[in-house]
Design a protein around this ligand. Structure first.
Ligand code: ZN
Ligand code: ZN
Length: 167
């Protein structure tokens, strides 16, 4: 009986604490996701961003299709890159990939299962080629600077130099 009283008391105290937090806890209750549409190419910046109340989804700018598979390689726009720049690079990357005189089937075959994703970035580390090849989990992440002048060469160059990237 004594134990029961203690747990009841604890339950009341706990409920009071919760009530106090709800009413005075920095306005979490009023934070709402005001985004429309709820899909973005860049991470959400609404006041609910990062909380469970924001249901926004970050989506890729586009995809390239891996050679002879159903794998879709996403092209992501990263922070600092404008929408116009991202659209331009996505169009150029997709056109290069889909033009067999630029990226041959042989190149695509070599790249099969080797590319995880493509990022469009504001500044690449490699300022000679204005693109970086990072390898994560044995697959390449190709980071293309928004104004890279060598987009046509990125895929076939990677296909020719997979081993130098440890792929
Ligand atoms: Zn939101
Ligand atoms: Zn949002």
């Amino acid at each position: 009986m004594k134990n029961r009283k203690i747990s009841l008391t604890l339950a009341v105290v706990f409920a009071l604490v919760l009530t106090v937090c709800d009413n005075g806890g920095g306005g979490n209750k009023t934070v709402v996701c005001t985004c429309n549409p709820k899909e973005h190419y860049l991470p959400c910046t609404c006041e609910a961003a990062g909380t469970a109340k924001c249901t926004c989804v970050v989506i890729p700018r586009g995809y390239i299709s891996e050679y002879q598979t159903n794998v879709q390689i996403p092209i992501w726009q990263k922070a600092g890159v404008t929408n116009a720049q991202a659209i331009g690079v996505t169009t150029a990357l997709t056109a290069a990939w889909n033009t067999s005189s630029i990226v041959t089937d042989s190149d695509k075959n070599k790249l099969k299962e080797k590319v995880q994703e493509v990022w469009i970035v504001k500044t690449a580390t490699d300022q000679t080629w204005k693109r970086d090849i990072d390898v994560v989990d044995n697959k390449a992440i190709i980071k293309v600077q928004y104004d890279c002048p060598y987009i046509d060469n990125i895929f076939n160059d990677l296909a020719d130099n997979l081993s130098s990237h440890g792929l």
